[in-house]
Design a protein around this ligand. Structure first.
Ligand code: NDP
Length: 280
């Protein structure tokens, strides 16, 4: 039976270190969060970020703009935050109204204040293993692996899902640790090769958003399974992996909820502290 990889426990340890680093800063670090329009999900996420930030001693500034905010209007707002020396990091809450293209506007956040680690400059630096501001979810996955697998060297790692926010940057981060990386995606599924790839994974990371996509019986005996997926099924939150069956075969597995999620927000705060340190 697999051991549970509980993100909350690891997050607490990292937060303790962050509190100490924050105490050493000359001024209280500030995270500016921007939301355009009404969205209950985004507001709930922002509230949880605020709680974590304040618990660590970070000031959380929440800016709510109108639903009719134009792309240029938001870019102008971002420029103001870029120029405000008291603001160390900027996060844009999703989803944005349809008239605003996130990919476009995220490029206007100054790379030094890009605490989501998604600016092309920061993403590009991952190739050279030089990025100080890593994308939060891949960074959370690496922390989880770090907690249970001393060495990734030569390990067979399979990522399912090739999104810009999770799969692609994670592949580069695993390569940097000399894992042998396979990235499976919709094409792999359509070619009916998903089971074959999952079956060889010593380390399996799934980030798709489809409940039950990965059958428990596909998991290699002793594999480490990180389930990033979040799905609501009959009022319950579940991942992409059939947990009950996978748990019998894996050596370690993340629960959903309680695995990757709690660490993702901690990685955001770690980036904010990194940003504040380099700016001060
Ligand atoms: P995206 O929708 O951006 O990406 C999903 C990926 O899965 C795409 O690469 C897609 O390919 C691929 N895919 C779709 N269907 C299949 C299939 N049948 N077989 C294999 N691959 C497939 O999602 P995100 O990366 O943003 O998020 C993925 C999941 O992780 C979601 O459930 C999300 O809620 C969750 N998440 C959780 C976080 C946390 O902190 N716990 C943080 C971020 C995300 P294609 O685009 O070509 O269709």
């Amino acid at each position: 039976m697999a051991k549970l990889l509980e993100g909350k426990v690891i997050a607490e340890k990292i937060k303790e270190g962050l509190r100490q680093e924050i105490r050493l800063l000359k001024v209280k670090p500030v995270l500016a969060s921007v939301q355009a329009g009404e969205n209950a999900g985004a507001e709930a996420y922002a509230k949880s970020q605020k709680k974590t930030a304040e618990d660590l001693g970070i000031e959380y500034q929440f800016h709510k703009l109108g639903l009719d905010t134009s792309e240029n209007g938001l870019i102008e707002f971002i420029r103001k935050l870029n120029g405000d020396k008291s603001v160390n990091g900027i996060i844009i809450q999703m989803p944005l109204p349809p008239q605003i293209d996130y990919k476009k506007i995220s490029q206007f956040i100054h790379p030094d204040k890009d605490v989501e680690g998604m600016h092309p400059v920061n993403i590009g630096k991952i190739v050279f293993a030089k990025s100080r501001l890593l994308p939060c979810t891949p960074a959370a996955v690496m922390e989880l692996l770090n907690s249970c697998c001393a060495d990734l060297y030569g390990k067979e790692a399979v990522i399912v899902g090739h999104s810009e926010i999770v799969g692609k940057p994670l592949a580069l981060m695993l390569l940097d640790k000399f894992a042998t990386v396979t990235v499976a995606h919709i094409g792999t599924s359509k070619a009916q090769k998903l089971e074959e790839h999952v079956n060889k994974a010593e380390i399996l990371i799934v980030a798709v958003g489809k409940a039950g996509l990965i059958k428990g019986g596909w998991i290699k005996e002793g594999a480490i399974v990180i389930d990033v997926g979040i799905n609501r099924v009959e009022g319950k939150i579940v991942g992409d992996v059939e947990f009950a069956e996978a748990e019998k075969r894996a050596s370690y597995i993340t629960p959903v909820p309680g695995g990757v999620g709690p660490l993702t927000v901690t990685m955001l705060m770690r980036n904010l502290v990194e940003a504040a340190k380099s700016q001060q």
